[in-house]
Design a protein around this ligand. Structure first.
Ligand SMILES: Cc1cc2nc3c(=O)[nH]c(=O)nc-3n(C[C@H](O)[C@H](O)[C@H](O)COP(=O)(O)OP(=O)(O)OC[C@H]3O[C@@H](n4cnc5c(N)ncnc54)[C@H](O)[C@@H]3O)c2cc1C
Length: 480
């Protein structure tokens, strides 16, 4: 109990989980080269919670025990700020463990329908927190033919469903796609991908199972090749993290791990709970990455002596505007939080959805500006081995020099970073992630439409058109 060490975390992954990569079943992920970087990425959160950065990464529970801060339920604005500070530093594995916040934020609503389910949520939360475990957000179903509902599909398993109910629990079948870090966590927290109707009760299902539960199988895929040279791939080499294609092949779930089993009106409540925390994480990341874009754009312009050109200044200003808007969006969301009936505080829903949407729809434009400024070398720069080979290295150094105070190797590192971050391994992944992770653009549009104060906007429009009085006293005057 309490905070795990890095070694305990790694050892905990040797639990018989069934996981595949590159056509191979990997019995022990802790010794397989494919998982070397992902495990190091995840393990760093354990190191930070006990080491010099413990102030950011850990907190003391109400029971007086040290726990990872990812489990701290925000109750004040300061708690929320501390969580965002953590999000800036935490690995993506810690990030997806934020699914516990989503579960806890709907506990009150779940209790109204079935108090037992709410108790199950609380018990799982304490178990994961007190054992310093990690959990994945398991929500996206394959969905088959999008014109049909879950129960109308040719194959009934295209959305995760209950295939059997017993006195001991339920048996579930189906698959969930794109699950970040599925092979690196301990618990798979499953939620419906969307709201379900009365005739889809078997699909209104939410539960948590250990990754090594019989019948769970994971097929991995990462943007990063197995072994990456950190000079040529400065981003991918440090961030490699697989997504999992997770299969539930008739998996037994005991009742005390079930959060929903047929009560359709809760399906959308659970489905939407995750979106807010996922999108907050995306927004926090975007504030950092947009600042990085400004820095990279400034550097490549300076390297080439074009930093004073009007068109460069104008593109830099666009990138700065992008960053500042995101920063302000996040700040607004944190300064205008919302509160659940039991006192949990969370970022402003409309602000998070709007700012995350702004990030996503403008991300490709920001990449375009950076790549436009950087030029073709982004994708044609020779690799490190050619730089280190004296026969070729001397030409690379000669022809890539720009001015005396620009070091060629530094220039190459910056270009490699831009390629890797925006155009290659990590970059290609990021282009899609900006749009899709945390739910696609449509999901954010839906939330904006749902949470915006449309009545007051309508009233304002009618008043502007002279169809109704502008102010209450005018109304009174009109009535007289
Ligand atoms: C790198 C990465 C990591 C991810 N990590 C996770 C994770 O950890 N856990 C998790 O659960 N999910 C994860 N996701 C999944 C992500 O949330 C989804 O990709 C996203 O919600 C879009 O869903 P989809 O991929 O099924 O695409 P779709 O929903 O099929 O979207 C594609 C298009 O279909 C349209 N569309 C949407 N609904 C309908 C409809 N009813 N009928 C017709 N068209 C429709 C959309 O407007 C969109 O244009 C991840 C995705 C990526 C790319």
């Amino acid at each position: 109990m309490g905070l795990k060490t890095r070694e305990q975390y790694i050892e905990s992954l040797r639990d018989g989980r069934v996981t595949y990569w590159d056509g191979e079943r990997i019995d022990d992920i802790t010794t397989h080269p494919r998982f070397r970087v992902p495990i190091e990425v995840a393990a760093q959160d354990y190191v930070n919670a006990r080491g010099a950065r413990s102030k950011i990464h850990s907190y003391t529970t109400d029971e007086g025990v040290a726990a990872h801060r990812v489990f701290q339920i925000p109750r004040t604005e300061e708690d929320l700020d501390a969580r965002v500070e953590l999000m800036h530093e935490m690995s993506i594995v810690g990030g997806v463990t934020g699914v516990m916040m989503a579960l806890m934020s709907v506990k009150d609503a779940v209790a109204e329908v079935n108090p037992k389910y709410a108790e199950n949520i609380e018990r799982l939360y304490r178990y994961v927190r007190d054992n310093d475990l990690r959990a994945a957000e398991v929500i996206t179903d394959p969905k088959g033919d999008r014109s049909k509902r879950a129960h109308e599909q040719e194959d009934p398993d295209l959305y995760v469903r209950i295939v059997k109910r017993t006195d001991e629990g339920i048996v579930v079948r189906g698959a969930k796609l794109h699950i970040t870090a599925a092979s690196l966590v301990h618990e798979l927290v499953v939620m419906p991908t969307k709201g379900m109707r009365q005739d889809e009760t078997d699909y209104a299902v939410s539960f948590s199972v250990p990754v090594n539960a019989p019948g769970v199988k994971i097929i991995n895929r990462s943007f990063a090749p197995a072994e990456l040279n950190a000079f040529d791939y400065p981003s991918s080499a440090h961030h490699s993290m697989p997504e999992g294609f997770v299969i539930f092949d008739d998996v037994f779930v005991p009742w005390d791990r079930v959060f929903l089993a047929g009560e359709v009106r809760l399906a959308s409540v659970l489905a939407q709970s995750l979106g807010l925390w996922e999108r907050t994480g995306g927004l926090v990341g975007s504030v950092a990455s947009s600042k990085l874009f400004v820095g990279l754009a400034a550097l490549v312009s300076e390297f080439q002596g074009k930093e004073r050109d009007a068109h460069v200044q104008s593109m830099l200003a666009e990138l700065i505007c992008y960053h500042e808007m995101l920063k302000m969006g996040l700040d607004y969301a944190l300064r205008h939080p919302e509160r659940s009936p039991s006192g949990m505080i969370y970022p402003n829903i409309l602000a998070v959805n709007s700012a995350k949407y702004y990030y996503a729809v403008n991300y490709h434009n920001a990449v375009r500006n950076l790549q436009d400024l950087a030029g073709g070398l982004v994708v044609t720069l020779p690799e490190e081995k050619d730089l280190r080979n004296p026969e070729t290295g001397k030409y690379i150094r000669k022809y890539l020099s720009t001015k005396p105070n620009v070091d060629v190797e530094t220039r190459m590192r910056v270009y490699n970073f831009i390629r890797d971050y925006t155009a290659d391994a990590y970059g290609g992944w990021h282009l899609v992630v900006a749009l899709q992770a945390g739910g696609g653009l449509a999901a954010q549009r839906l939330m904006m439409n749902r949470t915006f104060d449309m009545a007051s906007a309508r009233k304002m429009a009618l008043a502007a058109a002279g169809a109704i009085p502008r102010h209450a006293d005018e109304q009174k005057h009109a009535a007289e």
